[in-house]
Write a protein that binds this ligand. Structure first.
Ligand code: ZN
Length: 333
């Protein structure tokens, strides 16, 4: 019954969002996996009934906040315990099992989307052809005929790197956002993706971003029409401000909204429009509005030194807080 009530509410709110002048606006109401039944703002489904006993604490439930310690535990699991996660390796499958398990626990419908990866060169190491996959997590009742958002982070690494910053950092933020969204909901439904095979296997535009290119190719008509924004979290735990970029093809609408959100939240951020080196580029080439968060240069890049201690927890927190505010806040301008 509760699930049905929540679904009706979501559908109603989604219908209202369809009338909005702003295609990315959406309702500032729960649309996450486990919509709490305590919200008094969710309309006709929550007609108050007399309580048999007076409530001790009438204050509302505290809003969820990005917890950097939780994110750091994910970094430790992926980059500390599992280590290098070449997209076609058993370690990648271990990492995917970890991520899939976390997302399933948060109430998402999780599936694997498989694709072939060619032989090539992984940052100086010859690697064989194989198969990799994306871990795709949809909130329960996800309806691609309604507007939605997609947030992704690549799970693979180059052959030698444990990939704490590149990109356990992005995946850790993704998993913490999954927890927050399942608790408090978001203004539009959010599909979360841990991409396989982002890292290059050679030069040029075709020999990298295999997972995101595959996902874009496989989008159904409704999925394509209703995707309002794609955000890639890639190297988001090093630096003193959050880079928020596009590759220069799209309108910049998503980037600019993120930058406005950062200003409103007091989070240090800086925009650019020449970043084509993450999964957002696959979506941007296909005509979607995108942004990539992260990319501050660091010494341990693509090396065996990319271990959890390279991360700066404050930067992870800046990124997480920014994306969470963007997912929650109905835009006004
Ligand atoms: Zn990366």
């Amino acid at each position: 019954m509760r699930a049905r009530g929540a679904a009706v509410t979501v559908a109603l709110l989604a219908a209202l969002a369809g009338c909005s002048g702003d295609p990315d606006a959406g309702p500032a109401s729960p649309t996450g996996p486990s919509t709490p039944n305590s919200s008094s703002a969710s309309g006709p489904a929550t007609t108050p009934t007399p309580s048999p006993e007076p409530t001790a604490d009438p204050s509302p439930v505290r809003p969820a906040r990005f917890a950097v310690d939780r994110a750091l535990r994910h970094v430790e699991a992926l980059a500390g315990r599992i280590g290098p996660r070449l997209a076609t390796s058993p370690a990648f499958r271990d990492a995917a099992a970890y991520v899939g398990g976390e997302l399933t626990r948060q109430g998402y419908a999780v599936r694997r989307q498989r694709f072939p990866v060619p032989a090539g060169d992984s940052w100086g190491v010859p690697v064989a052809a194989g198969r990799s996959f994306n871990v795709v997590a949809e909130p329960p009742g996800f309806d691609p005929t309604r507007p939605y958002l997609l947030v992704g982070a690549h799970l693979d690494t180059v052959a030698v790197a444990p990939g704490a910053e590149d990109n356990a950092s992005g995946v850790s933020v993704l998993l913490e956002l999954a927890r927050l969204a399942s608790r408090d909901g978001t203004r539009l439904p959010v599909v979360l993706v841990a991409f396989g095979a982002e890292e290059p296997r050679g030069p040029g535009d075709d020999l990298h971003h295999f997972g995101s290119q595959h996902l874009v190719r496989e989008l159904t008509g409704p999925e394509r029409r209703n995707l309002r924004a794609m955000v890639s979290l890639d190297r988001v735990g090093v630096g003193g401000l959050v880079p928020v970029c596009t590759g220069g093809l799209s309108s910049g609408r998503v980037r600019d909204r993120l930058l406005r959100t950062a200003r409103a939240e007091g989070i240090a951020a800086a925009g650019c429009s020449d970043n084509r080196s993450s999964d957002h580029w696959s979506f941007e080439k296909a005509g979607f509005d995108v942004a990539r968060l992260g990319s501050t240069p660091y010494a341990a890049y693509h090396s065996a030194d990319d271990r959890p201690d390279v991360l700066q927890p404050e930067q992870l927190a800046r990124t997480g807080r920014l994306v969470w505010a963007w997912l929650r806040t109905r835009p006004t301008g």
